[in-house]
Ligand binder design. Structure first.
Ligand code: FAD
Length: 552
């Protein structure tokens, strides 16, 4: 297999030559630079590469091209090489139109023409795209292979875990020839799925999440017993705290039960995070954050849930789901929130077999040409509708309220209105789910007339609000009636400090009712539920950890 390709397409021959020259100068040694003068030629080149088993790392397309514009081209290119990173070349005058269009398809960057000097304007962007591709690219030969059944819940769990952790894998149905061959080679039958085959040829039948994590090279055991700082939860708040903690010299451990990135990692496109004017997918943001965490040597413990917290004088000890314990001088709770379960007949039994919480990005391609239903009226549901509309025949948003206006951002409502294959049904609720082995139909009750209808449905994605899952904290720190953790000024009652508080100062702004334990992000009572605020609070918590440690 030769070098991976960087493909560039521009109908202006002088621009096309110039960009290919600049790309060759910097990347020619490790990448094959392919230049096309029209979208149709570029698609032909991509098809040929696909047939020959080639790899494509980055695709750069001019926005304004005759016959097919850059966005239309990139949409088609994505069908052939979904993992290739994509950028659009635009003239200054087209910037607005390009940004509008970018919002509708998954484009990573746009580059303004001219890009001189390339060291400043071109190479940093291409470097970032290549890094992202290398992290999650289509390195088929090295990838983990997963053999499973489409509707088998455990098979879904493995797929979802690998997707959320940005681990490249190849999915093979147990019904197809290659899947059957792997099962046979492992000496097991179809009842043994999911079967995970590692790049070095080990076959794991029905592995636990921890075994899958280990097979994917994710760490599952802490290196030491005692740290300066332990962060519980690897969403934006936890990742922010890990980057600042480790970069400022604290021995830092981050414990994550599922996948770093948290809720934000599930977002198909975050539009309002500072510094990303054309939006960024949750996966990309997570990849970048994870690299930053690694760069500063913060340790990440995967597939471990923190199940208890004990305070022994200045030491804080956390109990882990595998029975182990780990201690630190200080703790940042960054456990965010988790989806509230949908309570309706049949839902529990079919969860993971057609019913999913969150956007379940791994299921996108599987929804091709299907009718998809999404419950929820907030931005997360809107983003999911946009995401699945790329694959599904039709997407129906089921909203309990009268309209989307009160719960969803204006820009998303506008995007949804422009999509022919998304419709919105207001004032309705799902009251039942039916199916043999997998979801086949749902029953919807319309509160306008009280009538119920049952419709065929293979995929239902649920976004009905979220709650903090902090029961494991017990009475260790003060929480509100919903379980959100009180911090700083919220702990003072008429100026009186919380019960058991043993310092001659008030709790710091993000400090909990126990000195040295902090909370950041969505889990904090009265927090702003945003990526930016979570990252900011994670960083701020570390500053307060320093203040706490200095006074010890
Ligand atoms: C689909 C979707 C789209 C969104 N889009 C946007 C957007 O466009 N813009 C925006 O600003 N906000 C958006 N949000 C909201 C934003 O993602 C959240 O506000 C943000 O992720 C909160 O970060 P956090 O770190 O506090 O918590 P979370 O992101 O919830 O992360 C918490 C992490 O802690 C882990 N965890 C929980 N309990 C434990 C435990 N006991 N042990 C170990 N680990 C644990 C969880 O597995 C999770 O990974 C979106 C949310 C969703 C769901």
């Amino acid at each position: 297999m030769g070098h991976p390709a960087i493909l560039t397409v521009d109908d202006d021959p002088s621009v096309s030559r110039a960009i290919a020259r600049d790309l060759r100068r910097r990347y020619g040694e490790n990448y094959r630079i392919i230049r096309a003068a029209a979208a149709a030629d570029a698609l032909e080149a991509l098809r040929e590469l696909k047939l020959r088993g080639g790899r494509v790392a980055v695709i750069l397309a001019d926005y304004r091209m005759p016959q097919m514009n850059g966005i239309e081209f990139l949409e088609q290119a994505m069908d052939l090489f979904p993992n290739a990173r994509r950028a659009l070349l635009t003239a200054y005058a087209d910037t607005d139109a390009a940004i509008q269009a970018i919002n509708q398809v998954d484009v990573d960057h746009y580059l303004l023409k001219p890009w001189d000097p390339p060291e400043e304007k071109l190479y940093p962007v291409i470097d970032a795209l290549l890094d992202a591709w290398l992290e999650s690219g289509d390195r088929d030969l090295e990838a983990i292979r997963v053999v499973g059944h489409r509707w088998n819940e455990q098979s879904y769990q493995v797929r979802d875990f690998l997707t959320r952790n940005l681990v490249p894998y190849r999915w093979l149905s147990a019904e197809e020839a290659e899947g059957r061959r792997l099962l046979e080679a492992a000496g097991v039958g179809p009842e043994a799925v999911p079967l995970v085959v590692t790049p070095d040829g080990r076959a794991l039948s029905q592995p636990s999440t921890t075994e899958v994590a280990e097979a994917a090279g994710l760490s599952t055991a802490p290196d030491r017993d005692f740290y300066d700082l332990i962060i519980v939860g690897g969403g934006p708040a936890g990742l922010g705290a890990a980057v600042y903690g480790a970069s400022e010299g604290l021995r830092t451990l981050l414990v994550e039960r599922q996948a770093v990135g948290g809720q934000a990692g599930q977002s198909s496109r975050i539009e309002n995070y500072l510094g990303f004017p054309d939006g960024i997918s949750g996966g990309d943001l997570t990849t970048r954050a994870r690299r930053q965490v690694g760069k500063f040597d913060a340790e990440v413990l995967n597939t471990r849930t923190v199940t208890g917290l004990r305070v022994d004088g200045p030491a804080k000890t956390l109990a882990l789901s595998d029975g182990g314990e780990v201690s630190a001088h200080s703790v940042v709770l960054a456990t965010g929130v988790a989806y509230r379960p949908l309570v309706a007949d049949g839902v529990h039994e079919l969860t993971g077999s057609g019913i999913y919480y969150g956007s379940a990005a791994s299921e996108g391609p599987g929804c091709k040409d299907a009718d998809v239903y999404i419950i929820g009226g907030a931005n997360s549901a809107g983003q999911a509708a946009m995401y699945f509309s790329r694959y599904a025949k039709h997407v129906t948003l089921l909203v309990r309220g009268d309209s989307l206006e009160t719960s969803m951002s204006y820009y998303l409502i506008q995007q949804i209105e422009k999509k022919d294959n998304i419709s919105v049904r207001t004032r309705c609720e799902v009251i039942g789910a039916q199916g043999e082995g997998h979801l086949q139909a749902i029953t919807i009750c319309d509160s306008k007339d009280g009538l119920s209808t049952t419709v065929e449905c293979g995929y239902l994605f649920v976004f009905i609000g979220a709650e903090p899952r902090t029961d494991w904290l017990g009475d260790a720190v003060a929480r509100d009636e919903k379980g959100f953790v009180y911090t700083g000024p919220d702990l003072l009652t008429n100026g009186t400090r919380p019960k058991g508080w043993d310092r001659d100062r008030d709790p710091f702004y993000l400090e909990c009712s126990v000195p040295g334990i902090f909370a950041a992000g969505d889990v904090r009572a009265n927090s702003v539920k945003r990526v930016a605020s979570a990252v900011g609070e994670g960083a701020m918590a570390v500053t307060l950890v320093h203040r706490y440690l200095e006074a010890q």
